[in-house]
Design a protein around this ligand. Structure first.
Ligand code: HEC
Length: 277
């Protein structure tokens, strides 16, 4: 066991008695007298000096209680926030934001899927892509940039699901080959990979966040026939992107991703980008 040096114990005891206004316990001076005697300290009157100090400090508080306002007294007596709670408190505002974003979709008129996407983006993507999608460690998504890369949402679903390294070795082209300004290649933005999200997102969450990026951050205007009564994205002939089990499916209801997370149908890069804002 580590010995706490006697003089530190003494100091904390003095401090406590000074704060609480209680008389120091009788052992305190005795103990310190014993210890200074033991250690053969040259400062023999240490005990009496310390005791005198405590005696001097104690009445200062005790004698003039009217100078300790109740709120100061309360603050001194109050239990402090335990250190382990600090990280919890630090994340509280983020959590509140995510919570509100996910649960109050109707109040701002946004469909549920988009509101869910907004919460996921704030929690999992904004750190790299910027709160408004303006870019940072990750590529910018604003001003139609995403829609230029992925005119068809299918390509974007696969890219976010597998991440840069899931597309192939560094430099693998992805998205529209005829992209304005040249086709994007993996690890070409600043050398960083886009992480895979096939472990951390469910298919329904993937669809939600990808929709949010396209329709809100990148400004893609959907054809109204692509939205069903609940605000969920459909292929436009009312066949849904998600089946009853929450898996992503093709217009024919077959799995959209194979076992490796690759698309089972090819994106249509000739989709009218003109429908973006
Ligand atoms: C750790 C940082 C990081 C996080 C977190 C992140 N991204 Fe990315 N993202 C990147 C980087 C870096 C690129 C560029 C990839 C490359 O060059 O291979 C990128 C590229 C993209 C692209 C392609 C853009 C284009 O035009 O080529 C999409 C789409 C995308 N991210 C979506 C998302 C979504 C959705 C999330 C959250 C679920 C997310 N990102 C979270 C770093 C991140």
């Amino acid at each position: 066991m580590t010995e706490v040096p006697e003089h530190l114990l003494k100091r904390s005891q003095d401090r406590r008695s000074a704060l609480s206004g209680e008389a120091p316990s009788a052992e305190a001076p005795a103990a310190s007298a014993a210890s200074s005697a033991e250690s053969g300290s040259a400062v023999v009157p240490a005990a009496s000096t310390a005791a005198a100090k405590v005696a001097a400090a104690t009445p200062a508080v005790a004698a003039e209680p009217e100078f300790v306002p109740p709120y100061v007294e309360a603050a001194l007596k109050r239990k402090k926030i335990p250190f382990w709670a600090m990280p919890v408190l630090a994340f509280l505002p983020v959590w509140v934001f995510v919570y509100i974003g996910g649960l109050s979709p109707a109040s701002d008129g946004k469909p549920t899927q988009l509101a869910q996407g907004q919460a996921i983006f704030a929690a999992q993507c904004a750190g790299c892509h910027g709160a408004g999608g303006g870019g940072g460690v990750g590529r910018p998504m604003t001003d139609g940039n995403l829609i230029k890369t992925f005119p068809d949402i299918l390509g974007q679903l696969q890219f976010v699901w597998l991440g840069s390294n899931g597309m192939g070795p560094a430099g693998t082209p992805y998205g529209d080959p005829n992209r304005e300004g040249g086709q994007h290649k993996t690890l070409s933005y600043n050398g960083n990979p886009m992480p895979a999200f096939n472990k951390s997102l469910k298919p329904a969450e993937l669809l939600a966040v990808v929709r949010y990026e396209r329709e809100v951050l990148s400004g893609y205007k959907l054809d109204p026939t692509q939205i069903d009564a609940k605000g969920q994205l459909t292929y436009g002939n009312s066949s849904p992107y998600l089946d009853a089990e929450g898996q992503l499916v093709t217009p024919e209801g077959k799995p959209l991703f194979d076992a490796d997370g690759k698309l089972t149908i090819q994106p249509d890069w000739t989709m009218p980008v003109g429908s973006k804002k």
